[in-house]
Design a protein around this ligand. Sequence first.
Ligand code: MGD
Ligand code: MGD
Ligand code: SF4
Ligand code: MO
Length: 763
Amino acid sequence: MPESTAPTSTTPSERTAYRTCPLCEATCGLEITIKTKGDGTEEVSRIRGDMNDVLSKGFICPKGSSLKHFHADPDRLRRPVVKRDGVFVEVGWDEAFATIEAGLLPIMEQHGRDSVGLYLGNPTVHSIGAALHTGSLVKSLGSRNRFSASTVDQRPKEISSAAMFGSVVIPIPDLNRTDHIILLGTNPYASNGSLCTAPGFPDKLEAIQARGGKVVVVDPRLSETALKCDQHVAIRPGSDTHLLAAIANTLLEEGLADPSNVAEHCQGLTDLPDLLAAYSPDAVAPICGIDAEVIRDLARELAAAPSAAVHGRIGTCTQEFGTLASWLVDVVNILSGNMDKVGGVMFPKGAAGQPSSKGKPGTGRGFRMGRVTTRVSGLPESLGEFPVTALPEEIETEGEGQIRAMITVAGNPVSSNPNTDRLDAALASLEFMVSVDPYINETTRHADVILPPPSPLQKAHFDIIFLNLVIHNVANYSPPILSLDGEMDEWEIMLALSSILVGVGANDLDEAVTSGDEMVARMLLKSAVRDEYGLVFDRDIDELMGLVGNKVGPERMLDIMVRTGPYGDGFGTNPDGLTMDVLSEHPHGIDLGALEPGRVPDLLRTPSGKIEVVPDLIRTDLDRLAASLDRDWADSMVLVGRRHVRSNNSWMHNLQILMKGRNRCTMQINPLDAERLGINDGEAATVSSRVGQVMIDAEVTEGIRPGVISIPHGFGQNMPGVKLRVATEYRGINTNVLTDEYFRDEITGTIALNGVPVTVSAN
Ligand SMILES: Nc1nc2c(c(=O)[nH]1)N[C@H]1C(S)=C(S)[C@@H](COP(=O)(O)OP(=O)(O)OC[C@H]3O[C@@H](n4cnc5c(=O)[nH]c(N)nc54)[C@H](O)[C@@H]3O)O[C@H]1N2
Ligand SMILES: Nc1nc2c(c(=O)[nH]1)N[C@H]1C(S)=C(S)[C@@H](COP(=O)(O)OP(=O)(O)OC[C@H]3O[C@@H](n4cnc5c(=O)[nH]c(N)nc54)[C@H](O)[C@@H]3O)O[C@H]1N2
Ligand code: SF4
Ligand SMILES: [Mo]
């Protein structure tokens, strides 16, 4: 068990503790005041931004302080629940695991391991216990049917980056120093950014403007970010690939391309002019709905700026050409001379390491996908997972390998995945389902057993993932702030579930968790001592285990990762280096310095030792893009998404403090369309797609391109059986009733949530 918090200051009835906010990618530092009540129990009295946090320096958004309300939410599960005769009843942990054993094992024995599917949701990466033990769960499950929220999210970017650089390393815009930024398909004023960890992202954009730089936003909506930027380019959804190709084309045609800073480490640069020849600004202008001259100027200004960065997110990833768009972002960064450069895009160096900080610098095995494909549609595996667009058919279609049971961890696919109605029915048809989740929501209501994790205030935290996506290198560890009160920690739940899957009886779990925890620690060390380029090559594992001391759980794993990582003490080799003890002594985090240029070629892990400027995978997909040049792009109205600062995907809608105010789940529509269709502001309209239909309040606004409607995702909790008393009262609908699992980025199978053809009518 993790050690309890060392409070940094105390009074008889009050103490202050610090913790990184786990809710989004910004990783803001929180200052949390805890009061001891008369009965000796503790209660959070205030949460505000930690002014001394090395990265966020006091920044916080309304969601951060709502952790207190999440912790106190009466609908949040504190004990496991088991479904009996269709009704959830609270049970003890032993009984919950015994029910899982009795439910899952016979299915696996009779139908093989692939008969149990796994879905990992977004908070998995925000919860250290879930993130660190995903590997154990996957291994114990032994099923090829693994899915995650990544394929409704950033997977196209991970794939394009891994194909170019050899492992999943993603170039991050140098927000603190850039002179010019083009943001595509991201609205950091609402989301605080993504694949770019930057607490106070909006302030950073304003600072660019204040120092004489320029912020360009490419978005079909006049988003909050677009409203504040210097130039808003209202693109037609789904055509970012065309726009970026035309920007690259212009750089090449007009002699503005200057990739010289990385050219010697690139392979395939000279292929670009031919491959992109068809994408002149004139050719793509009618597709993008952007004047050719505007496109040329975007390229010219990019080239002229002393430093510049192009950054694309959700709008560019979850669209029909998501992988190509993600790839072209980096192609443009290379061609404009901004790859791996101060003020351009650079590569963070996370303290807990990543594949590009291990093994021989500058070369590796590279990236492969599609080693296995889905049974029904033949969609490729990537990074060990199948795209969620295949999930419903893999549950429905009979035959060997059919998914008959599911485990979901920190996910709400009924809300977040495409074609809700079909997936919902598929989950209802399962023989057995287990969820690790704090709520009975749209998805977990189908579970037979729900295992609730403790609230974030009771868990330790360290951002293994996001500190490799951050705009300034830092490391920040937060111990648990409140103690457990009969809950199991999330890492223990993960290990206990893993143990059940390999046949450990429900009665022997305590011992199995302890030994499983030691085993994963030893495995980490084993791989570290084998790395001849690492800090602990050839050292003795028992000796290193001894040096970790009496830590257990995530704290022990982190100690190993950090000590063998890029800043680590190497268990003594580098005495001034980082350890968990050092991190624990710094509750506001440790500043590890600005991002550094020149990390190419050492961080490359391609077999060629070069940046693969045109990876084979990409080359294969360019024909599909070429065919789209002849399409009638104005054919249909299309649907896009959006986010709001007071909402977080699907799962914070039960907190009254965030939900108060006007209805935010509206359909934004341009007045020209509204008038043509006879739709009035504030009145309900009907939207239908190939797969479904919703009724939703219209919000008529100039702030969206004609031909486009926008509906936020994550709403619509009012389904039978959901136990979210605030959320189910909210006037919202689930936009994924409309999104279509067969409208996808074909090369990866990733869903296209943006640019979905729809018809809209007045009621
Ligand atoms: N408040 C809040 N913050 C969040 C979240 C949340 O739900 N709420 N979720 C978190 C998560 S999981 C993620 S992944 C990030 C996502 O963070 P962002 O990527 O910033 O996501 P959004 O805020 O949805 O912004 C996407 C923008 O893309 C635009 N768009 C839609 N289609 C297209 C298109 O085809 N082309 C272009 N160029 N633009 C398009 C939309 O109009 C929208 O303004 O946010 C994280 N932060
Ligand atoms: N139309 C449309 N759909 C979208 C998007 C969009 O822009 N438009 N965005 C997509 C994106 S970017 C994402 S990331 C996905 C998210 O997709 P999902 O991850 O499937 O869904 P979330 O809404 O994040 O739900 C998270 C679940 O985790 C639970 N949870 C919260 N905290 C914890 C914890 O600490 N531990 C555990 N075990 N469970 C926890 C919550 O109760 C909830 O059930 O949605 C995607 N869906
Ligand atoms: S922006 Fe808000 S939700 Fe995101 S980490 Fe910061 S406080 Fe938490
Ligand atoms: Mo996401």
